[in-house]
Design a protein around this ligand. Structure first.
Ligand code: DC
Length: 216
């Protein structure tokens, strides 16, 4: 195949899109990029240097210097970094710099699965398959709550739900590249679906796109 095969997955926080993206990348032999980690890494640079999150020029410089191959999930997964990431993600200069790197990642053979908020709409508008994975906020909060408890942590369900609702409002309400399904995205509501069912449903759509691409 001469052109990279690209799968774009978007959706709100805790929708299950990351798990789905990893499984699809493994199944099709594609690389995977969690683009949320790139926004988190920029926020982490500011936090580490004690810079205010409103410092757009420092955030933009950090975004331009970011190396996508060195993103460390363990360091970047904290709640504090996630909150900070959603603040710097509204800055157009930060988005421009990161989107350019994400496109380069996607355009490398054999292709890639990218997950985030604006992959199907902005980063890869020509992706071969676009999925928009969502679930009711209370279902997402419950999943996150169980995950934390299963990991031996402590959590308050009401706080997690409030946090998810706040994050949704910020991601969907921003002026630059708000979270929304691309017009040609396949909607996957996982409120009543486990990961295996979501994986099989996605695989069917992707196999069809794959076959169509190999015919042209
Ligand atoms: O998916 P996450 O929680 O790791 O994302 C962290 C923040 O980055 C989130 O508030 C939304 C933002 N983000 C974005 O604006 N665009 C993306 N493609 C990915 C994440």
């Amino acid at each position: 195949m001469k052109r990279p095969f690209v799968i774009a997955i978007d959706g709100p926080a805790a929708s299950g899109k990351g798990t789905l993206a990893r499984r699809l990348a493994a199944a099709y032999g594609l690389t995977h990029l969690d683009t949320g980690l790139s926004y988190r890494a920029v926020a982490h640079v500011l936090l580490r240097h004690g810079l205010p999150l409103e410092n757009a020029s420092a955030a933009e410089t950090a975004a331009r210097q970011l190396d996508l191959s060195g993103l460390d999930r363990a360091t970047l997964s904290t709640h504090e970094v996630g909150e900070a990431a959603s603040k710097i993600a509204v800055m157009p200069g930060v988005r421009r710099a990161l989107v350019e790197k994400q496109r380069e990642f996607a355009n490398t053979l054999p292709g890639a699965v990218l997950d985030g908020r604006d992959i199907g709409t902005v980063v890869c508008p020509d992706a071969d398959v676009k999925l928009y994975v969502t679930a009711a906020a209370r279902v997402r909060a419950e999943r996150r709550f169980r995950e934390i408890l299963a990991g031996g942590g402590e959590a308050e369900y009401a706080e997690i739900l409030a946090d998810i609702e706040r994050r949704d409002a910020r991601d969907m309400g921003r002026a630059d590249s708000p979270l929304k399904p691309a017009a040609d995205a396949h909607l996957l509501d996982t409120s009543q679906m486990d990961i295996e069912t979501a994986f099989l449903a996605s695989k069917k759509l992707i196999d069809e796109a794959f076959a169509a691409k190999n015919k042209t």
